[in-house]
Design a binder for this molecule. Sequence first.
Ligand code: NAP
Length: 330
Amino acid sequence: MIQAKRTMKATKTMRGSTTSKRLKSSSPRKMAKNKKSLSAKTPSAPKTKTRKILKSCVVITGASSGIGLEFADYYVSTQAEHNCTVVLVSSNRKKLEKTKTLFLNKYPQSSIVIQVLDLSKNSAAQSLIAMCVQKKMHPRVLINNAGIGHIGKFNAMSREELRRLMMLNMNTLTELTYLFLGQMKRREDEGLVINIASTAAFQPMPYFALYAATKAFVLSLTDALAEEYRDENVRFLTVCPGPVRTNFFERAMETSGTTTPTARLIDFFRANKARSPGDVVQSTMRAVKKGTVGMHVDGKFNRILVSLTAWVPYRLRPKLTVKFFKKLMP
Ligand SMILES: NC(=O)c1ccc[n+]([C@@H]2O[C@H](COP(=O)([O-])OP(=O)(O)OC[C@H]3O[C@@H](n4cnc5c(N)ncnc54)[C@H](OP(=O)(O)O)[C@@H]3O)[C@@H](O)[C@H]2O)c1
């Protein structure tokens, strides 16, 4: 039943709803422009040949656990409908191979490619796009999900950890967005870029400072691109989840040298009914289906919090969050 629902959703998402919504909302000028560009592109024989041998793909970074794994499940389970290979990316080969085996057992017909890459390395984005080109895969959906955090004092992190966090959360995400956008724009299909930010993006967060700053970057960049490309064939969505039940917080504590607050944080979030990765993916795919462009805050509670934050003067926001984190720190 769930499978059937997902399949229906995916069909609408990948083919019908977004495209038709766009066409409906197009102005006559835009429609004329579309017509012109379509007719200009149709007769080219070599291009048609190239297109035929390209297979569409959905690229998901950080697909080995948490939210990324759930996105992978969504796209693998609905794959038959949109005929896309799903590319799973993470830095851990064992986890990726295990994930692929699990999916192949669950969905034997699925087409999955795993790509082991440390996305905090300089050349990572280039390697990923090169792999797609080499395998003759044309990216139709990019989900920039991989991310890490650091909870604790800023200078408790080593310089290497600081660099890795910024590279992964910002630099590689930006480069991937840039490179995949270039590929998507070369074709007429609908392209989709989903960048995972966080509700941490809406205020400076003492003790979570660098992470919140990187997510503010992701939110600002992606929302700007969403408007810049609104009338073109690539759509941008910035997803802002609040606390989600994944390994994220345990990992975010590793760099602070103590695990005590982790337990407190986890208890806090459990008590406050943190969302599951499945909740985040379902609400995101609903937003995709509705044709949302730009920011999508996951969950009602988070949407209320974000709206309330907008009423708090900017310079008071870090003063409020510092109180929250001080309670949870040893
Ligand atoms: N959990 C939350 O409360 C929450 C809230 C808001 C936003 N988010 C955001 O949601 C996204 C997913 O996080 P999650 O909660 O699902 O955490 P998670 O379970 O820890 O997943 C993080 C993913 O990123 C991958 N990753 C980490 N470092 C990497 C690297 N150097 N190269 C390639 N992949 C790497 C991990 O794979 P490997 O370890 O296998 O490499 C893993 O698949 C992140 O961007 C996070 O900031 C999370």
